[in-house]
Ligand binder design. Structure first.
Ligand code: AHR
Length: 503
């Protein structure tokens, strides 16, 4: 066994736990919408065709915001196609995913689903093939109470009250050459600034997200953010970050250290935003909306889009099967997002159902939780109050991608109202368990409420419809608290949650 220690002190506050850190994402991609959230033939479907079992799992996951309708899809989307009588809606080619979009679900259906699932909608506008006017039309449709052409159309379509959507993404990944309507940083920065300025003229209270880079490995990373923010700084509130981890390269130690890359990504974007702030003599700070993040095996067959004359509706796409190691990484990426709560003000696990997702469904059949569901749901349920910076002392493990990496990574949250303390920790060692000692001297008298660990001797175990419960977070019986000191053993490749409270 290796040994590691952390010291927790209530004075080391990074910032608040933000509910929006626990956002997710629904894109018209593969089976995320059709046979994911929407499946009229399913026994649990409501009058709109939304699956009740998926709504229940979404609530259990603890999702706060849901970004919609894309993703790459939004860059060719005509939102007006998907309002009004369903049988009169056109079918369109979706160039992003080489699919056919039947437009059975549009903005009104999504808003009804969001209300059912208890989530805040976060809309994206199309700045790939469209521009300022179409963004304004959609905003008018969603947020103006009535008495105008688009708002009255919404009322005629059954939504008397405006949706009052607060958070809007100004396009999606327009730095990517794969994007319909891909742009240079200068072109996009101007368009984002003009769209944001016009949207705020309609509704000054919006929170607007400019597109950052679609990955820290993009050749334009850094410079893209600098140029876009130089154009749009005063008009936006957040810049986005997108990151997907892991490929089939057999390097487990580097994969387990993915949060190092996320930390670096966040620091770099924050530093760039602050440099633009200084150069432009701005006073406000731009924060980060990490609105696409997850593990994604992009080279696998299920991530390859259809081609040629094949333009299917809702094909099986990006249906990654997540194993225990993937769940440990997802738990660690959440630790990174929380640790950076001073700059990351929103985040979206991409995506919610079937497409690189914590929730899987069979068309008309069963729904189940993937391994990554559990660290997300437990963190969303129990993180509260302030995020605390920790003093960590950990042995290291060599990795090919990041050099020597601490095997222990951890964060804590402390709720000053209840006094509850939450510790989230991962053991990234491929081979060794870790004895974790926690110095609680800043929190006299706390007792252990529960300690749960997700691990398995075979870290490649994945959930299926037939067996989604053999490996779940289980009570960690090694966890003990005495004399303002906690101790627990963390198996190799594991994620652990420890809850402490006053007696
Ligand atoms: O989430 C899958 C895709 O990844 C999204 O459509 C796109 O924005 C990103 O490249």
């Amino acid at each position: 066994m290796l040994s590691a220690s952390i010291t927790v002190d209530p004075a080391f506050v990074v910032g608040p736990v933000r509910r929006r850190t626990f956002g997710s994402f629904v894109e018209h991609l593969g089976r995320c919408v059709y046979s994911g959230i929407h499946d009229p033939g399913h026994p649990s479907a409501d009058a709109d065709g939304f699956r009740g079992d998926v709504v229940d799992l979404t609530r259990e996951l603890g999702v706060s915001t849901v970004r919609y309708p894309g993703g790459n899809f939004v860059s060719g989307y005509r939102w007006e196609d998907a309002i009004g009588p369903v049988d009169q809606r056109p079918r369109r080619l979706d160039l992003a995913w080489h699919s056919t979009e039947p437009n059975l679900v549009g903005v009104d259906e999504f808003m009804r689903w969001a209300a059912k699932a208890g989530v805040e909608p976060m809309m994206a506008v199309n700045l790939g093939t469209r521009g300022v006017q179409e963004a304004l039309d959609l905003l008018e449709y969603c947020n103006v109470p009535g008495g105008t052409a688009w708002s009255d159309k919404r009322r005629a379509n059954g939504a008397e009250d405006p949706y009052r959507v607060k958070m809007w993404c100004l396009g999606n990944e327009l730095d990517g050459p794969w994007q319909v309507g891909h742009k240079s940083a200068h072109e996009y920065g101007r368009l984002a600034a003009e769209t944001a300025r016009a949207m705020r003229m309609l509704d000054p209270d919006l929170e607007l997200v400019a597109c950052g880079s679609s990955g820290s490995g993009m050749p334009t990373f850094g410079e893209w953010e600098r140029v876009v923010l130089t154009e749009a700084y005063e008009h936006v509130d957040h810049v986005s970050a997108h990151a997907y981890y892991w490929e089939e390269d057999g390097d487990l130690a580097s994969f387990l250290a993915s949060a190092i890359d996320m930390d670096h990504f966040i620091e770099s974007v924050a530093a760039t935003a602050d440099a633009v702030r200084a150069a432009g003599k701005h006073t406000k700070r731009i924060n980060i909306s990490f609105d696409e993040w997850n593990v994604w095996y992009q080279k696998r067959a299920e991530s390859q889009s259809p081609s040629g004359d094949d333009w299917p509706v809702a094909p099986v796409l990006l249906e990654d099967k997540y194993n225990v190691a993937d769940a440990v990484v997802v738990g660690n990426l959440l630790i990174s997002l929380l640790r950076n709560t001073d700059r990351v003000h929103a985040a979206s696990l991409a995506q919610l159902v079937n497409v690189i997702a914590p929730i899987m469904t069979e068309p008309g059949g069963r729904a189940w939780r993937q391994t990554i569901f559990h660290p997300f749901a437990l963190t969303a349920r129990h993180a509260a109050g302030d995020v605390l910076r920790l003093a960590v002392d950990s042995p290291v493990q060599p990795t090919a991608k990041f050099g020597d990496v601490p095997v222990l990574d951890a964060v804590a949250t402390h709720d000053p109202e209840t006094g509850d303390l939450l510790i989230l920790a991962v053991n990234r060692s491929v081979t060794d368990g870790v004895v974790l000692e926690v110095d609680l001297r800043g929190f006299p008298g706390l007792r252990l409420v529960e300690a749960l660990t997700l691990a398995n001797p075979d870290h490649t175990w994945s959930a299926t419809a037939d067996d989604a419960t053999s490996v779940l977070p289980r009570t960690n019986t090694t966890a003990k608290v005495a004399d303002d000191h906690a101790r627990t053993e963390l198996p190799p490749v594991s994620w652990t949650l420890v809850r402490l409270a006053h007696p």
